[in-house]
Design a protein around this ligand. Structure first.
Ligand code: M6R
Length: 591
């Protein structure tokens, strides 16, 4: 879950371009940053701990001379967050430097071998073995870059994409289970983890296949497949809009993305999305599995409930990291709905691969149409919510739900109303709730500043929203939060409740209302502070956040908004950076 970039061209000097690219891809990891440039035959490396802008300010990364270079932002897996463990990593002779995304599983064995051969390691990372292996193979192959890359590729195991710069002016990259994309303009070539790394300069991209090696020299690129044969891969034109991501009038991407939901929520229905085909696959399926991670799993949970309640379709939903343990019943007539904002989450891709091997059809709901997931799918529906930069999923969650509601509407022959008129009404309601921003901010500021635990209660279709709300609070505000199925309280969690507890109840006036009121009474009598989110006031609430009245099945789409806004202000209250929560990355491309 790091970002890597390689650049060779005449557009500008390498360093400022690399720094800009890394800022765009920082969502992939932001523990440390570094670049290497080639200047007069010497490879210069500058790197340090912190976000790109911080390290650039301290070390003046963008002043490193040279027209060719590589860069990296890190999400630490092997070795602490230190300057030494930051990439790029040099070979011993400093005539090669490398940046890597992924995990080299056999690095310990390789390291022992390389150390026995006299190589000296400077970091604790798995990645550094690539630099030394390249050096070893460069010498063995009489300085032939192609052979060096092939031999190195053959030795390493795991999931990886790496880019190396050689002191002879070549840059070369390889990928296996991690993305690597070539950006092609008339003046420059890029090797990048994400199109965002070069989209400012070109919209022409080649998505390398697993096992591909690319060599960039003399303004040309050559791709070799895993049989070492030169191959042509198709050039794709990517949408420029993917690169448009400014904060505008907002202090953070997270709150900007929360607020743009009233606009982005209708986007999946503007472009021609594959709803009919998607539903046909579901109708033909012998069994339906739903999978996703984190927020995308939570939307899958709601999807399962809606499919069962309104379309009378049975499905199973599994977290992608758990899917493999439940996949024995997947067979050729099965259909897997994979939900993912990025389309690059390793756990999701791994589940999908497994299901594909068993002959299942893959349907995905994904934001990035050029992602690995979209390309592995038999049919996909695009979230179309534009780039989501904040690490917390907000607008992508709402669009996942919008798509799931529409699928259920089609499959149930309009058992729920979700046509364009209803969606417009819903949009107005979401805007009404977004307008509560200031009220929610005041509410959060009125709570004491040292909250230790927050519980969110909900039943039925509100339970997945309780889980999602608690995920947002944990991730953004570093406060322990738990979504609890209200009926489960008495089976254990009630023991946690005391006068210090803050409990949010999701309690629209529907079939769950009375039961949730009973649970709220039980909590209230233990002295907890209650925040009620509902269309109906109740004296049990210490604070009431009023939702507009609508059809009961639509409440999940509305009640998530105040939870997102609350999480944001809880982070602000603690002076945290909500866009880049500690220890996390937007795109989790390691298992
Ligand atoms: O890109 P994906 O939807 O596959 O990402 C899955 C999770 O990593 C993601 O939803 C994560 O839980 C969010 N940061 C939560 O806000």
């Amino acid at each position: 879950m790091c970002s890597i970039i390689g650049y060779s061209g005449q557009l500008t000097l390498a360093a400022p371009l690399l720094v800009e690219s890394l800022k765009k891809m920082e969502y992939r990891g932001y523990d440390s940053v570094g670049i290497a440039t080639l200047n007069k035959g010497n490879i210069l490396v500058s790197k340090g701990v912190g976000k790109v802008a911080e390290v650039d300010q301290q070390l003046h990364l963008n002043e490193l001379p040279g027209e060719i270079g590589i860069g990296h932002t890190r999400w630490a897996t092997h070795g602490g967050v230190t300057d030494k463990n930051a990439h790029p990593h040099y070979s011993c002779s400093a005539n090669i430097a490398v940046v890597h995304n992924g995990i080299i599983e056999n690095y310990q064995e390789l390291k022992v071998e390389l150390e026995n051969d006299g190589h000296i390691f400077k970091s604790q990372t798995d990645s550094e073995v690539i630099a030394h292996l390249l050096e070893l193979n460069y010498e063995k192959s009489n300085f032939n870059v192609r052979e060096t890359m092939t031999r190195t590729f053959e030795r390493i195991r795991g999931s990886f994409a790496f880019v190396a710069v050689f002191s002879n002016g070549t840059i070369a990259g390889a990928r296996y289970d991690e993305p690597l994309i070539i950006g092609i303009s008339s003046d420059a070539l890029f090797l990048s983890s994400d199109v965002l790394g070069f989209l400012k300069h070109t919209d022409q991209a080649i998505f390398l296949d697993n096992g591909d090696i690319v060599i960039v020299e003399n303004k040309q690129y050559t791709i070799f497949d895993n049989q070492q044969t030169i191959v042509n891969r198709p050039v794709t034109q990517v949408a420029w809009e993917l690169g448009s991501s400014e904060k505008g009038k907002f202090a953070h991407y997270t709150i900007k993305e929360i607020h743009e939901q009233s606009e982005t929520m209708l986007k999946p229905f503007v472009t021609s999305n594959n709803f009919e085909l998607f539903c046909k696959y579901l109708n033909d399926a012998s069994n339906i599995y739903i999978t996703g991670s984190g927020t995308s799993y939570n939307s899958g949970l709601l999807g399962k409930l809606l499919l069962s309640k309104f379309a009378k379709k049975k499905s199973e939903v599994y977290m992608s990291s758990e899917f493999q343990y439940f996949s024995d019943t997947v067979e050729p007539l099965s259909v897997v709905i994979a939900i993912s904002q990025s389309g690059e989450t390793a756990d999701v891709l791994h589940s999908v691969k497994r299901a594909k091997e068993k002959g299942a059809k893959i349907l995905s709901i994904v934001n990035i149409p050029t992602s690995s997931l979209a390309r592995m799918s038999d049919c996909y529906i695009s979230l179309d919510c534009g780039p989501e930069i904040g690490v917390a999923a907000t607008k992508s969650f709402l669009n996942q739900l919008m798509i799931l509601y529409n699928i259920v509407c089609i499959l149930s022959n309009n058992n729920i109303k979700f046509d364009s008129k209803e969606r417009k009404k819903l949009q107005a309601m979401i805007q009404t709730v977004l307008n509560l921003d200031n009220k929610i901010k005041t509410l959060i500021n009125s709570l004491h500043h040292d909250l230790k635990d927050i519980y969110i209660l909900g039943r039925s279709i509100h339970y997945p929203i309780a889980l999602e709300g608690s995920l947002k609070i944990k991730e953004l505000a570093y406060i322990h939060a738990e979504g609890i199925a209200a009926g489960e309280l008495k089976h254990g969690p009630l023991a946690l409740i005391d006068k210090e507890s803050v409990v949010i109840v999701l309690n629209p006036n529907d079939e769950t209302y009375q039961d949730v009121v009973s649970s709220t009474n039980e909590i209230k009598s233990r002295g907890a502070f209650i925040i009620g989110i509902s269309d109906l006031h109740n004296d049990l609430y210490d604070i009431f956040i009023e939702l507009p009245k609508t059809d009961s099945y639509l409440y999940p789409l509305i009640e998530i908004i105040p939870l997102q806004i609350m999480s944001y202000y809880l982070a602000i209250q603690k002076q945290l950076d909500p866009d880049y929560p500690r220890n996390l990355a937007k795109s989790v491309t390691v298992k």
